[in-house]
Design a protein. Structure first.
Length: 133
């Protein structure tokens, strides 16, 4: 299985040396995911080819089954990554919406949000009696 490289933790750091160390760690996570993915792909493709070779001694059938297994594995990983990224995006969007709803429910804040556009127009128009249309 492939480790999900998108589950990185972002930390704000003041020290330059610590920033460089965090960048190296993040790059290491990407490299680790790539190596594990390559190992997984090679092992599953080799196992498929050995299984086909044990069943029938036809080298072209082994090669075709290996290519088919590699393509299927690549498609599987691509779809898995797409689903992972889409799910993460949906979770972050839902968290932002819940945060907005939570902020809206704070006492007094919803009135500020409601009145702010009216006060803004009033400042720009110059008179509270004029309708900016």
């Amino acid at each position: 299985m492939v480790a999900d490289a998108s589950s990185e933790i972002k930390i704000s750091i003041e020290n330059e040396e610590e920033k460089k160390m965090i960048e190296l760690i993040e790059r290491g996570q990407w490299l680790r995911a790539a190596i594990l993915g390559a190992n997984d792909g090679l092992l599953s493709t080799t196992s498929l080819m050995l299984g086909v070779g044990a069943a029938k001694e036809d080298k072209w059938l082994m090669i075709i089954s290996g290519l088919a297994g590699a393509v299927a594995g690549a498609c599987s990983m691509a779809v898995g990554e797409f689903v992972s990224v889409s799910t993460q995006r949906d979770i972050e969007l839902q968290a932002n919406i819940l945060n907005l709803v939570h902020q809206w429910r704070k006492p007094g804040l919803h009135w500020l949000i409601y009145l702010w556009p009216h006060q803004w127009r009033r400042l720009h128009v110059g008179s509270p009696c004029k309708n900016p249309g």
